[in-house]
Design a protein around this ligand. Structure first.
Ligand SMILES: [Ca+2]
Ligand SMILES: [Ca+2]
Ligand SMILES: [Ca+2]
Ligand SMILES: [Ca+2]
Length: 596
């Protein structure tokens, strides 16, 4: 009996047995996630399937807000404009009303949590591009008018909660929009440049040693901009470092401006308390289910040691018992990443090391031992700090690509291996399967489910889901579809969308895939088999039951023998992504899950 026929026999009781992930005909009835997942208020963070989205690039359901603030709104004049659908660095019109309208599309794919790029009010224009991405906050008390109103955000959260979907905000404590200028760089009025910006390093960083020797910048706020920020204390120049631009190393990494963005003096108690108040107010007003924290590495650890526990405990007083936070620490080293979940007391971080492992194994074709080496460092995340939320590597946040580094599909496309379209499709699907079925919480980057590719990172990876007018997006060859980004791309029949829906359903069906302790069963020094065991003990009717799953990936572009199954007598396949010709073989670039 081959695996396919085993799989068919099981199909009646298992949710998903398909002959091939590339076949069009293999539709299986999946159990709705609502039947498997606990209600959002009681659900653990590590049960989620995340969808990460830039609201501006998703769906425009209200063209009346496309320009942002109203023309007669004096208070918000700097939050008006920047709308140009043909420019990749401008607002494209997507909004909260659009996200609300498209909730069924996300729900159907099995998404159980949505992470939005920052929604607070931005300076609309800065240095020739716009704040469409939300990372240039001016007003920490209200929603950017391009996206909608505070009331529309509340409605979006209510509608998501009705579908048992959580909502996470992306928050920033490192910097505000760029309002403060330096006389030495921008002149007496702060309105231009008096240095040669073509030489790079626009406003060179002044170190602590230089400060001690009397060198410093003279910060100023251009006339008319003195009261732009909310709350008011953010308009005080003394709550910023004012040391010039970061060059991303040493003390400049924490004390420097991010390309001119005003870097907060996060060592000062008033700033720590001010930021805690800003975000406890946000929790009180909107009751989000958690936060993703931006630029964590660029803020001193002592700040997080106060900020993180304060927010976690405040959320509990608001009845959000499972409130959770994860930080962005741009590093591929578990030794450094884990400092922020342990020393800095942030419950979890985005697992950049996991993303790096996917790239090594599936783009660069390194041996699967690179994955074993990655997971061998999971112990770094286990320390006494777990008192906060009993966290461990299972709560790390897995992703394959993002809005800064670009999509995994782009990494495949530009690889010197010159992958065929079919190979790009298979490798992309396999990377996403690893993201779902390895320890950690999966994050689908919006558009990946529609075969988006992109020309690189940053603006080049922030395509529109709605019909785009950006020429450099629309000339892309999307994977597994004849459509382009000039079309509407909410296709529930796209190969990737359908597969991600299956991955979500599997994830939600088997507790061991969400909670299971992971151990490596097999890895090798060349592409091929990587096998892990996921093991989870739970109480069922007062009896302890252990669910054990074996997940086998084949990263090679050839068939591999599955001799290792001999060590797991009586195992049965619960999912095989590509039909096997023979028992005890696994198809190229495919995976299989067995119950032990
Ligand atoms: Ca709009
Ligand atoms: Ca900083
Ligand atoms: Ca500045
Ligand atoms: Ca292009």
């Amino acid at each position: 009996m081959n695996f396919f026929s085993k799989c068919s026999a099981l199909a009646a009781i298992s949710l998903a047995c398909v002959t091939s992930q590339l076949s069009e005909a293999s539709e299986v009835k999946l159990t709705a996630k609502a039947e498997k997942l606990a209600p959002y208020q009681q659900r653990d963070f590590q049960e989620e399937v995340f969808y990460f989205v830039l609201p501006d690039r998703f769906y425009n359901a209200d063209s009346s807000n496309d320009l942002g603030a109203a023309a007669n709104d004096k208070k918000r004049a700097v939050s008006r404009g920047g709308f140009d659908k043909s420019h990749k660095g401008m607002y494209h019109g997507g909004d909260l009303a659009g996200l609300t309208e498209k909730l069924p599309y996300l729900d159907n794919m099995g998404v159980s949590a949505i992470w939005l790029t920052p929604v607070l009010r931005n300076r609309a224009m800065q240095a020739g591009t716009s704040g469409y991405h939300g990372y240039w906050i001016l007003d920490f008390t209200e929603i950017d008018p391009h996206l909608g109103s505070n009331a529309e955000l509340k409605n979006f959260i209510d509608q998501a909660h009705k579908r048992n979907i959580k909502v996470f905000f992306d928050i920033i404590t490192n910097h505000t929009a760029d309002v403060i200028k330096y006389k030495e760089c921008h002149g007496e009025d702060g309105l231009g440049w008096i240095v040669d910006v073509s030489k790079g390093n626009d406003c060179p960083f002044i170190s602590m040693a230089q400060l001690a020797n009397g060198k410093s910048y003279s910060p100023l706020i251009p006339k008319g901009d003195e009261a732009l920020k909310f709350p008011q204390w953010l308009n005080d120049k003394d709550v910023y470092h004012n040391q010039g631009d970061s060059f991303w190393r040493g003390e400049s990494s924490v004390r420097g401006d991010f390309a001119g963005l005003d870097d907060l003096y996060t060592q000062k108690a008033s700033v720590v308390n001010g930021m805690i108040e800003i975000y406890t107010d946000i929790i009180d007003e909107f009751k989000p289910d958690g936060f993703r924290i931006d630029t964590v590495k660029h803020v001193n650890i002592e700040f997080w040691q106060q900020f993180s526990p304060a927010l976690m405990s405040h959320a509990k007083t608001q009845g959000i018992d499972n409130f959770f936070m994860f930080g962005e620490v741009y590093s591929f080293e578990p030794e450094l990443l884990s400092r922020f979940t342990t020393e800095a007391k942030i419950p979890s971080v985005l697992d950049f090391a996991f993303q790096g492992g996917m790239t090594k194994a599936l783009v660069e074709q390194q041996g699967t031992e690179v994955l074993a080496q990655l997971f061998a460092k999971d112990h770094f995340y286990q320390t006494e700090h777990r008192a906060i939320s009993n966290t461990n590597a299972n709560q790390l946040v897995n992703f394959t690509g993002n809005h800064d580094m670009g999509r995994f599909a782009y990494a495949l496309k530009q690889s010197p291996h010159n992958y065929s379209e079919q190979a790009q499709i298979q490798r992309n699907l396999l990377a996403h399967a690893m993201m779902f079925f390895s320890r950690g919480v999966p994050v689908i980057y919006y558009g990946d489910e529609q075969g988006f590719v992109g020309d690189g990172g940053d603006q080049a990876s922030r395509q529109d889901m709605m019909p785009s007018l950006v020429a450099s997006y629309n000339d892309d060859d999307l994977l597994a579809t004849d459509k382009t980004t000039a079309d509407n791309n909410f296709d529930v029949n796209h190969l990737f969308y359908r597969n991600f829906a299956k991955y979500s359903a599997l994830y939600q069906q088997y507790p061991a895939l969400r909670f299971g302790q992971q151990s490596t069963v097999y890895a090798q020094d060349k592409p091929g088999i990587f096998a892990i065991k996921r093991s989870h003990t739970m109480k069922v009717n007062d009896q302890e039951q252990t669910q054990e799953l074996l997940v086998v990936f084949n990263t090679a572009d050839h068939w591999e023998e599955l001799d290792l199954l001999n060590s797991f007598k009586g195992s049965k396949a619960v999912y095989i992504s590509a039909e096997s010709k023979k028992e005890a073989q696994i198809a190229p670039l495919s995976f299989a899950i067995y119950q032990l």
